[in-house]
Design a protein around this ligand. Structure first.
Ligand code: GRG
Length: 281
């Protein structure tokens, strides 16, 4: 199973779901809606939606079940990038080769576009009144809310901002990775699993899988940046690239063990996990 082929195969489903979730740029206030769409279209790898689809398939469900969660996790991811690029955070002028949202639309509109993307994610995952899924939809929604909150994404970002490389150890770096990156990756997988009908035991296994793969994904991202002399929150300057790579591989192996029993139907999920950590598929 080739991860890039799977990402391409599921791409149309993600684009349609995101298009349906977001107001058109022609709807007032036009600048806000255009700003919301700016970083969603064209997007990045769409890794998190693909993980949601692959998790639904891994638990024996048709992919369609995961559409609401696939759109919602990409919207939360996009909001976090819009805010992360702001002058008060990383102060980046470009992302994916294009001007960031605050450069294109102004800082105030970028803050508000991020806020609206976050709200739009939960509106999308909740669905219209009477939407199918019931308790399972609520479980997926809760996973996403926890992953986006102060004990995960936002708290991880706060600790990243005040990170002190001189005092850090590997455990504190991984704790930030776990909250800032792995939590949303896990919520993508768990949301797909809940909507796909997984039982509690399988959800627990997928939670451990998602945590391991998510942390390994962030280590891999830091290795790509190859900022050995950087003082940022990264295992690479702390352990050196070889040991950081070995840690990512060990996490990947431990994660894959959790889903070993799932058989052929979990192949896309395994392939995406390897791709997230090695970026070579
Ligand atoms: C400001 C609320 C707030 C949160 C910021 C997500 C985040 C927390 C910061 C973004 C920068 C960062 C290092 C995030 C960790 C996850 C990561 C490596 C994101 C990039 O994900 P990809 O590779 O990006 O999936 P594409 O462009 O493919 O969507």
């Amino acid at each position: 199973m080739d991860a890039r082929a799977y990402l391409a195969e599921r791409g149309a489903l993600v684009e349609r779901a995101l298009e349906a979730a977001l107001p058109p740029a022609s709807e007032p206030p036009q600048a806000l809606h255009a700003a919301m769409r700016h970083l969603v279209f064209p997007g990045g790898k769409r890794l998190r939606p693909a993980l949601a689809f692959a998790a639904a398939e891994a638990v024996g469900s048709p992919v369609d079940a995961a559409v609401p969660v696939a759109a919602a996790v990409e919207l939360v991811h996009t909001y976090s990038l819009v805010h992360d690029d702001l002058p008060c955070m990383d102060d980046d002028a470009e992302r994916r080769g294009r001007p960031t949202v605050h450069v294109a639309f102004g800082e105030a509109t970028a803050v508000l576009a991020g806020d609206a993307l976050l709200a739009c994610a939960f509106e999308t995952l909740a669905g219209a009144p009477g939407a199918p899924g019931g308790e399972r939809r609520l479980a997926a929604l809760r996973e996403l809310a926890v992953a986006a909150g102060s004990r995960a994404l936002v708290g991880g970002q706060v600790d990243d901002l005040r990170f002190d490389a001189g005092r850090a150890d590997a455990a504190s770096v991984e704790s930030i990775h776990e909250r800032k990156s792995a939590a949303l990756i896990s919520a993508s997988i768990l949301g797909g699993a809940w909507l796909g009908g997984a039982d509690a035991e399988l959800v627990a296994r997928l939670r451990r899988f998602g945590r391991a793969v998510g942390v390994a994904f962030q280590i891999a991202d830091d290795l790509l940046d190859a900022e050995e002399e950087s003082t940022g929150c990264s295992l690479v300057p702390l352990l050196g690239p070889e040991r950081a790579r070995a840690r990512a591989e060990a996490l990947l192996a431990a994660g894959l063990e959790e889903i070993e029993h799932l058989g052929e139907q979990a192949e896309p999920l395994r392939a995406l996990a390897r791709f997230a950590v090695r970026r070579d598929a």
